[in-house]
Design a protein around this ligand. Structure first.
Ligand code: F6R
Length: 631
């Protein structure tokens, strides 16, 4: 999400910066800009849209100089516009920033109270003003001023700062957003990712959270935010440029699957109030009046987003006690549906541009319903057509098959349900605290599941010849089953069906024989006992079972392999392939409401590895488009 490039050395840097930004294009962006020290001061050029527009702007206003910073912006606070594009300026200071400043509302209010005038809607401009304030307050070094500013900031950031008063210095800092330093010959570079550095150097240092660095032609001085010196190991990179773009992963999809813990952290950032047992109002846009007025929640979405909406429906009904329904956009638009002013229509869409979802939104809006968008792309058509937007902050998703956008939608929808429940008085503070706490643990638990990727690959290998597959789940495990089947069919072209496990007896059970792999999602939740019976039914028909269960669940183990489980005390971690036709993938024990965020990960990995082993085009599967703006 966003790209930073910084250069200080002996060469004219504008073209170096633009070239570096081009190599970060895969991260997604909607505007771009440069700040270069021209010898007289820092000049800025910015443009909305692709880097070609920045090129044109630079032809009109060339920037000549050997110290500069560049940025591609993926909008998070404030729509894509030239005013919101980076760099942001305050006094002598220019700043580019990736990430989200969590306490931006309070900081902005405080600065406005001191008479500061803002020229953008961004959280980044706050950093520029804070650095400028420190300079005006007498701080003579750029590093000191940045340090003083960052002490006031909470959140995730990678920043690069230049000053009109310091023609040969750049200060960079990092907390949770990536930043890599590159060592050239008489020059220093910094970037959000390695591809931007590779044509200049392969010698890099990965900054760690809480690091600050002063870059000059002579080299770099790295400190912690408190000013104490640190040494970071220099590494030599031997990746090809394409490998580097994918962070060393073979495909963007695999990279995005592994990005999920970080993406969820970004979705939750600043929105959970663990102490109060609540979610933060301001961002979610759920006022008490709105929460109380709603008598139906109507989700509209397509594809993967419709699956997260289905989970959202379970949560809204359970936690906020509002009757809810989910419909796919293409059906709503031609069904002459009835909406009322007391309906809350939640439009879920990664791209925010899906034509069918947008048409449903317009129909609902015309009948007076309140529209809330749950979207990833800021200021896209669906949020623009809505009264409010709850952004997922997953960052750009390049792989056509949605992965991190699904789980971040789940996190956003669970927060929405908690918020509505609290404001309607249907959810107690202690229950909300349990849920908020459970959500905050998800990134860590996801990392534990992702650590099993190799085991899942092994399982994928065993089923590579399958022609059909079934996915079964109950409760929120049902949309996860649908999502697992969708992932598999869209990238591996293996026919797959997702079913509510309770429906098995009503038809799909006829398909099960020894040739049929069946994935059963059976974590410890309220449906557990019933799903176990389904598992048994599949086993009795010699289906090839892949069970997704809670870590240490001996009942599932006994059921899968009656003789095996009690014999070994360490079987829990050691066994995934229990018998030729039985596999077990364990997920950490978690509160039932957050289980879908964990159980879906093995299914994403299974689909990915099956497709990769078959040799399909994982990132761009045939016939599919990432954004479906036509019917
Ligand atoms: C599947 C997938 C699609 C999208 C669908 C809706 O992996 O990505 O099914 O979920 O096209 O797209 P958005 O969420 O952009 O409205």
């Amino acid at each position: 999400m966003c790209g930073i490039v910084a250069y200080v050395g002996g060469k004219d840097c504008a073209s170096i910066l633009v070239d570096g930004l081009r190599r970060l294009e895969y991260r997604g962006y909607d505007s771009a800009g440069l700040a270069v020290h021209t010898g007289r001061g820092v000049d800025i050029v910015r443009a909305v849209g692709k880097l070609n527009n920045l090129d044109i702007a630079l032809q009109k206003t060339p920037l000549k100089g050997t110290t500069g910073i560049g940025h591609t912006r993926w909008a998070t606070h404030g729509r894509p516009s030239e005013a919101n594009a980076h760099p942001h300026v305050a006094g002598d200071i220019a700043v580019v920033h990736n990430g989200i400043i969590e306490n931006h509302v309070a900081l902005r209010r405080a600065l406005e109270g001191k008479g500061v005038r803002f020229s953008s809607d961004t959280d980044t401009e706050i950093v520029a003003h804070l650095v400028d304030e420190a300079v005006r307050g007498g701080e003579s070094t750029l590093a000191g001023a940045v340090r003083a500013a960052l002490k006031q900031v909470t959140g995730a950031y990678a920043i690069a700062v230049v000053s009109s008063k310091k023609p040969t210095e750049i200060v960079v800092a990092k907390a949770e957003s990536p930043l890599v330093l590159g060592f050239g010959d008489g020059e220093m570079l910094a970037a959000s990712d390695i591809p931007a550095l590779l044509s200049h150097t392969r010698d890099v240092i990965f900054l760690q959270d809480g690091d600050m660095a002063l870059l000059s032609r002579e080299g770099v001085n790295i400190t912690k935010l408190d000013g104490s010196q640190v040494t970071r190991e220099k590494k030599r990179i031997d990746w090809s440029p394409t490998q580097a773009e994918k962070g060393g992963y073979k495909h963007f999809m695999l990279k995005e699957i592994h990005e999920q813990p970080r993406a969820i952290e970004d979705t939750l950032r600043g929105r959970l109030d663990v102490q109060a047992g609540d979610v933060v109002d301001e961002e979610l846009g759920i006022t008490e009046a709105l929460a109380k007025k709603i008598n139906r929640v109507y989700f509209v979405a397509c594809g993967t987003s419709a699956h997260s909406a289905m989970a959202g429906r379970y949560w809204i009904e359970q936690l906020a006690r509002i009757p809810s329904t989910v419909e796919i956009g293409s059906e709503v638009r031609y069904r002459e549906p009835v909406f009322t002013e007391n309906d809350l229509v939640v439009a879920v869409s990664q791209s925010g541009e899906t034509a069918d979802t947008l048409a449903a939104v317009k129909a609902a809006k015309a009948q007076g319903a309140t529209i809330l968008a749950v979207a990833n792309v800021i200021d896209s058509a669906i949020p623009r057509a809505s009264a409010g937007a709850l952004y997922t902050h997953a960052g750009p998703e390049i792989g056509v098959a949605s992965t991190k956008c699904f789980t971040t939608q789940l996190a956003a929808l669970l927060m929405l349900a908690i918020g509505l429940g609290r404001r309607r008085g249907t959810l107690s503070a202690s229950e909300a605290r349990r849920l908020v706490d459970a959500l905050s643990k998800v990134p860590h638990q996801m990392r534990e599941v992702l650590a099993k990727a190799d085991e899942v690959r092994h399982i994928a290998k065993r089923h590579i010849r399958a022609r059909d597959m079934l996915f079964l789940g109950r409760g929120t495990g049902f949309p996860v089953a649908l999502e697992g089947a969708l992932k598999l069919k869209e990238i591996s072209y293996i026919h797959a069906e997702g079913y509510a496990a309770g429906e098995m007896k009503h038809g799909p059970i006829a398909l099960i024989d020894s040739e049929m792999p069946v994935v059963v999602i059976c974590p410890r939740d309220v449906h557990y006992e019933k799903t176990l019976s389904n598992l048994q039914e599949v086993k009795a028909r010699e289906g090839q079972l892949i069970a997704i269960a809670t870590e240490g669940d001996r009942d599932v183990a006994r059921m899968l392999v009656p003789d095996e489980a009690p014999r070994s005390s360490s079987w829990r971690t050691s066994v995934t392939q229990l018998e030729p036709d039985v596999s077990l993938i364990e997920i950490p024990s978690a509160e039932p409401e957050v289980l879908p965020l964990l159980t879906v990960i093995p299914l994403q990995l299974l689909a990915y590895y099956m497709a990769d082993l078959k040799g399909t085009d994982v990132d761009q599967p045939r016939n599919l488009a990432k954004t479906v703006t036509v019917e």
